[in-house]
Design a protein around this ligand. Structure first.
Ligand SMILES: [Zn+2]
Ligand SMILES: [Zn+2]
Length: 66
């Protein structure tokens, strides 16, 4: 019940587009990352993409708005 902000597939982050705290989720990854490993997250409200530069994970892909 209290895992909304701490699961591998959802996390709370500030969305620049929504100008507030939103739930981010990981979209289907074409790179074959496992849930929790992919640096790409998308706002569940507006789809705004965030790239989190995880240690050991190259994140050089530019943000693409859908
Ligand atoms: Zn948003
Ligand atoms: Zn990925």
């Amino acid at each position: 019940m209290t895992t909304m902000w701490s699961s591998l597939e959802h996390r709370g982050e500030h969305c620049a587009s929504c100008a507030g705290e939103r739930v981010f989720e990981q979209p289907p990854c074409p790179d074959g990352h496992e849930p929790g490993e992919c640096p790409e997250w998308a706002c569940a409200e507006c789809g705004h993409a965030l790239i989190f530069d995880l240690p050991g994970v190259p994140a050089v892909r530019p943000t693409v708005s859908v």
